[in-house]
Design a protein around this ligand. Structure first.
Ligand SMILES: [Zn+2]
Length: 270
């Protein structure tokens, strides 16, 4: 604080940098959320992700849950995106992940969190927690684990568009129940669109980490387990996202043409 009672320039600069950073994260999470809606409309669990190349600020890959179509329990959204990046840069080139931020609607499971850590991802931003299998705080904190590749520690930003991520999962479970030959009584209840569980920030961040990411002005959210947003953006989760998906694919192909350079095959000189 300066002598005249006004916030000093460095504090206001820090505060505006935080706001700009968060706006960017929300924008990319909006894309991940639209993709999760697309997954829901194509009979998949609505979990999706976007991988962003931080230096160029471009989307380089995306992923959706593919477990229903592939009948593979490990076909998680993160793995689809990782495969796309490896296709672009070569499977041996893990250095690229140091320049990549993942935006995923649901906290990565333990398996995916471990893969992301081993690849050395720069940052993970997610919407809602994964209460049963979460690897970034809900069950285990793989990103802080010092047993495997301790040199790889990625930054974590939880709770971005959390309510939208929860609503999409609720849509999925209600729909599944409607299709079930014997609807389960518990799941037969009305879709809840207004009540959300408290956000337990402490599972994912320390209080000072929260303050560093979201700013001192929002510390009340941490202390009272509040969501970042009071409302749900229904336009993200109640619209058909087929056109968005087509545009997203084009965006990733453009990245391949403009930025990604596949390693040239080794030639043996005589
Ligand atoms: Zn997973």
């Amino acid at each position: 604080m300066s002598n005249d009672g006004q916030p000093c320039q460095c504090v206001s600069a820090r505060s505006s940098a935080i706001t700009m950073g968060l706006d960017l994260h929300v924008n990319y999470m909006r894309m991940a959320t639209k993709l999760a809606r697309y997954a829901l409309d194509h009979d998949e669990t609505p979990v999706a992700c976007i991988f962003v190349h931080t230096p160029t600020d471009q989307v380089l890959a995306y992923g959706m849950n593919d477990t229903n179509r592939s009948l593979s329990g490990v076909a998680h959204a993160e793995f689809m995106g990782i495969a796309q990046i490896q296709e672009k840069f070569g499977a041996q080139n893990t250095a690229i992940f140091k320049d990549v931020t993942l935006y995923v609607t649901v906290e990565p499971c333990i398996m995916c969190a471990s893969a992301l850590k081993q690849l050395g991802i720069q940052k993970v931003v997610f919407g809602c927690g994964n209460e049963r299998f979460g690897g970034n705080g809900s069950i285990l904190s793989i990103h802080r684990d010092s047993c495997t590749v301790p040199q790889n520690k990625h930054e974590l930003i939880p709770g971005v568009l959390r309510k939208e991520a929860i609503m999409l999962l609720r849509y999925f479970y209600v729909r599944e129940n409607e299709r079930s030959p014997k609807p389960r009584a518990k799941a037969n209840r009305k879709l809840d669109v207004s009540v959300f569980p408290p956000m337990n920030w402490g599972l994912y961040l320390t209080r000072s980490e929260f303050e560093e990411i979201f700013g001192a002005s929002k510390i009340e959210y941490f202390d009272k387990s509040l969501d970042l947003s009071t409302h749900v953006d229904w336009s993200l989760i109640d619209c058909n996202q087929d056109i968005f998906f087509q545009n997203l694919k084009v965006e990733c192909e453009l990245f391949s043409l403009q930025v990604a350079k596949k390693p040239k095959p080794q030639t043996i000189s005589s």
